[in-house]
Design a protein around this ligand. Sequence first.
Ligand SMILES: [Zn+2]
Ligand SMILES: [Zn+2]
Length: 299
Amino acid sequence: MQLANYHTHTTFSDGLEAPENYVLEALNQKMVACGFSDHAPILFDPSRPYVFMSPGQLSAYLSEIERLKTAYSGRIQIWKGLEVDYVPEVISVDSEHIRKAGLDYTVGAIHFVDYYQSGRPWYFAGSARGFAKGMEQIFNNDIRSCVRRYFSLVREMVQLHPPDIVAHLDLIKKMNRGGRYFSEQALWYQEEVVKTLEAIAQAGLILEVNTQSYYKHGAEEPYPSRWVLSLANEWGIPMHLASDAHRPEEITAGFQYGMEMLYGLGVPALRVFEDGRWIDQPLELPFTVLRGLGEKRHG
Ligand SMILES: [Zn+2]
Ligand SMILES: [Zn+2]
């Protein structure tokens, strides 16, 4: 099994190091590919600053990844992507600055759900406090309408502005540790997830298996949870393993755990980007993750 990760953040958005340091770590871990997916610039309102990065930083990012492609050519495959939010009327993978970026692939995500009364967008994935505040002020503490709104946005993205990869499908559970807000067993919750998986299957998109919850937040489940992955596998939805690295040491973090879990669920292959196209690579034993972070809790 060859190692690759396509979900990586650098100092161009909210990651901690320059892109080249991730390439060096990828070489160190004998990886075959390293894909960059910094957060794309979002302009919610011309009177507010850009979120994540400015258009100037975007062009610097794109040139830096191009430079690395050339500099490390023949040693490792380097790919130029972006994690692109979907916010109705604000941004999607079809926005002009995204289409013009000449990307190898896009990772689509929902991190913002609606707005506070002040007009400020609600970034629900930041802190437990921020989650509680948005839940109260925007959704009147009605967790069902909040969760339903989140998944309806994911479906809208999938149907209207499909990315190549759907990132962390059930990120809305991030602040739900210990079932604080809802149970994943609840019928209404499972219905939302199932409808969303159906939309992904219909659109033929890749479902990301994101290990960040596991190695960074000590959660038992990845994004999405195992029961969701099991269903996705039954339906033949292609999957893709990603660490959502924000520093070089995280480039394969949780991969040993992720691969063993997917193997256990009977997932036959992982979709990887090779020579400029997506192909299926059989998921085989043994897995050898060198210096893998976040594996110590496992076994
Ligand atoms: Zn994300
Ligand atoms: Zn990310």
